[in-house]
Design a protein around this ligand. Sequence first.
Ligand code: HEC
Length: 127
Amino acid sequence: MKKRSINFGFLILGLLAFAFLPSCYYDNEEDLYPSPPACDTTNITYSATVWPIISESCTSCHSGSGAGGGVLLTNHAEVADACNNGRLLGAIRHESGYSPMPKAQAKMSDCDIKKIELWVADGTPDN
Ligand code: HEC
């Protein structure tokens, strides 16, 4: 009777160890490799999605007579032009053959690039 209760105690310990070890492992993995915040690509429009990104990161150098590379990015028609000739996407994706943009700054987030790509794929609507 006595021996049996000791074995039962070990059994419970063993089960607890199995129950907790995996959760420790997954907790650590999340700390080490946090998943990136989700990229919301629903309801993409020029006015609410694309223009805020361009005006924040690009228009300071791409307006007026001294616009970088002669590329103007101050309104829908100008942004759509730069997208439709392929230069804007080439530049923000840092593709070879294009000057990487935003110039001398960190590459834009994958999420912002994705949003602009989707707007271009949608036909650069003025919405
Ligand atoms: C600090 C100033 C600056 C910022 C910020 C900037 N640009 Fe530029 N951009 C330039 C200059 C200057 C050029 C001319 C080429 C060169 O000198 O690299 C240029 C060139 C370009 C070109 C033509 C590239 C080619 O190879 O044909 C595009 C398209 C462009 N920029 C888009 C953008 C976009 C989109 C942003 C925002 C994400 C941006 N730029 C931010 C200064 C800037």
